[in-house]
Design a protein around this ligand. Structure first.
Ligand code: B12
Length: 550
């Protein structure tokens, strides 16, 4: 248990601060994330130090230790956030007593998620880590145009620009933003980029070669912290050196692999969408399932606790809450640790979010046929074409394309395709905003993770209902673990994932499903609003599995 430094060993003692000097007491508050008696101990410190001295010399020293423990894999992210909460509470108490010292900050950064991208959490984690390590952070939110980013950077006198984005498209937006900085003669700004679709090579080679200034890649918030440290000291961060971020847990399957559908994908070449006459060897099903009903229906009455059963605990604990197995700890010991630490949080979240999450589903079935790389959807007369999807085909290997799972139009037969779109509503986002603003960072992370994984669970749950409805529930796994690895008959492909990467296809799904009546809207950038929503095309073919397009 010692490896988890922040699991408060001392919290069981009657007075964990006994015998400690005021500096050590304050550091203990920070490192162990203890809020109780903080006010009183800050009061004691104020008898000796100025508020600024307390922050810079004592509290930030504590945060430095937190960063080191995290970097050494000895502290988990949720506990880092707990420490940040204490830091924020302390600064809140001290701030009114301080005179604003111009230039007294360690450094400053403007943070934004780029235009067209709605992802908030990654950037907000960066905000929490940097601002509670003494940097001034101006966080201007999501979907920010380059004009807004530059105006605010100049207005707020930030030294560094930090851009975030999870979409593949965002990597191109970031490129355009850097070109814009060049053309406006503003390349003196160092830029830090982060987000799932980026790779270190893309930033440090491709983008670095087009930007006249300095651009860096940050794998996570702590790499951002390291970069800010070097940049604010006027140094030259060597972008090619791995940051002291927490190392991946030993032998752990990468999270991407656990969540079968997560791949980093690059922009695909147009010619992969053009049918060259060569198909895969996938044979369409001779007797496809009959359409259970034509068109889309909605379902809005759920027992949320039934949905919770479909939450993938690995995706939640490891992917969202970022509990990682530290080096030297065996699997059994780690599972025990998870049972006694993460599982109670999961149970609390289930209860607390029971009335916040509002599951709603729209789903439907349509006649279809395939033509090369096109999937043609018909009206209920089974003949009139309604719309068509165009999917990419693997360049090599099996040469798979989603359309190969469906009867070709030249056969004269029609096949059945399903679609689903699900949401858990927008109240969770509202709660997240409140928690973030209040400085309840740990719960912010927990609520966000729980709400997005419940959306994913709802999609999983409803996919099972659709398999039953289609009469293909013949291979249902009896273990949830296998369900999460998609070990069942058929597959659920989400637009934006490798086999159907075009987010623009969401517009066609909207035309078919009209999910506005369950409160889901499509942004101009083809993102789903509320955030905790997900959509998919449901394929009944027994060979349908996730595949990458290369
Ligand atoms: C969880 C998840 C979901 C959840 C929640 C989404 C959300 N709003 O958060 C759900 C299930 C709802 C979902 C839905 C969808 N998703 Co999704 N999702 C993910 C997943 C698996 C993890 C994202 C995440 O939570 N990461 C955790 C956070 C904390 O990490 P982060 O944001 O990257 O930030 C960290 C670092 O990157 C870094 N960082 C980030 N920015 C910055 C900036 C600076 C300055 C610094 C220093 C550091 C830094 O530091 C952060 C903290 O350490 C990713 C894949 C992945 N590996 O990232 C796909 C992913 C983002 N999703 C994707 C897609 C396609 C979708 C859908 C469109 C699918 C669909 N058709 O329904 C929908 C869209 C939803 C919508 N509202 O429009 C794609 C997007 C790619 C693309 N095509 O453009 C991804 C990349 C998966 C893929 N294909 O590989 N998704």
């Amino acid at each position: 248990m010692a490896r988890f430094e922040n699991v408060k060993a001392s919290s069981t003692a009657s007075n964990p601060f006994e015998g400690l000097g005021v500096e050590d007491r304050l550091k203990k508050h920070i490192v162990e994330g203890i809020k109780k008696n903080l006010e009183e101990h800050l009061g004691d410190a104020l008898k000796i130090y100025t508020p600024l001295e307390i922050i810079n010399e004592v509290l930030l020293d504590g945060m430095k230790t937190v960063g080191e423990l995290f970097g050494a894999g000895k502290m988990q992210l949720p506990f880092v956030l707990q420490s940040a909460e204490v830091m924020k509470a302390a600064v809140r108490q001290l701030e009114p007593l301080m005179e604003k010292v111009e230039g007294g900050e360690k450094g400053s950064i403007l943070l934004a998620t780029v235009a067209g991208d709605v992802h908030d959490i990654g950037k907000n984690l960066v905000d929490i880590i940097l601002s509670n390590n003494g940097y001034r952070v101006v966080n201007i939110g999501i979907k920010q145009s380059i004009n807004a980013i530059l105006d605010k950077t100049i207005e707020t006198k930030c030294q560094v620009i930090g851009l975030s984005g999870l979409l593949v498209k965002s990597t191109l937006v970031m490129r355009d933003n850097l070109l814009e900085l060049n053309s406006r003669g503003l390349s003196s700004y160092p830029v830090i980029l982060g987000g799932a679709a980026l790779t270190r090579a893309y930033v440090e080679q491709d983008l670095s070669s087009i930007y006249e200034g300095r651009v860096f890649y940050a794998r996570d918030a702590f790499e951002g912290l390291r970069l800010m440290g070097v940049l604010s000291e006027g140094g030259e961060p060597n972008g090619t050196i791995e940051a002291p971020s927490a190392p991946p847990a030993p032998d752990d399957e990468p999270y991407e692999a656990v969540r079968v559908r997560s791949h980093r994908i690059d922009e695909l070449e147009r010619d992969l969408y053009v049918f060259s006459g060569i198909k895969s060897d996938i044979a369409p099903v001779k007797n496809p399932p009959r359409i259970p009903f034509y068109g889309a229906k909605r379902h809005i009455k759920f027992d949320i606790f039934e949905i919770y059963k479909y939450i993938n605990p690995i995706a939640l604990f490891r992917g969202q809450w970022q509990f990682k197995r530290p080096e030297g700890m065996g699997n059994i010991e780690f599972n025990q640790w998870i049972d006694s630490n993460a599982s109670p949080i999961f149970e609390r979240m289930k209860r607390e979010l029971g009335s916040v999450l509002k599951p709603k589903v729209k789903w439907g079935y349509f006649p279809c046929s395939s033509s090369g790389n096109d999937l043609i959807i018909y009206r209920d007369d089974l003949r009139t074409e309604w719309l068509r999807f165009n999917f990419p085909r693997q360049r090599d290997g099996r040469r798979s394309c989603i359309t190969d799972f469906f009867a070709p139009s030249e056969s004269g037969a029609t096949d059945t395709v399903g679609f689903q779109i699900v949401t858990v509503g927008s109240q969770a986002s509202e709660l997240e905003r409140e928690l973030f603003a209040k400085g309840d960072f740990q719960d912010y992370l927990f609520v966000h993770g729980m709400s997005v994984e419940t959306a994913e669970a709802l999609a999983e749950f409803w996919h099972r209902q659709m398999r039953i409805e289609l009469g293909i529930a013949d291979q249902e796994p009896d273990e949830m673990r296998l369900l999460f690895s998609a070990k069942y008959h058929g597959a659920r492909y989400s637009f934006g994932y490798p086999a159907c990467p075009n987010l623009e296809d969401q517009a066609k799904l909207f035309e078919l499903m009209s999910p506005e009546d369950i409160g889901i809207e499509l942004s101009e950038e083809f993102m789903l609003i509320p955030e905790q929503s997900t959509s998919a095309i449901i394929v009944h073919h027994p060979e349908a599995k996730y595949f990458n397009i290369r």
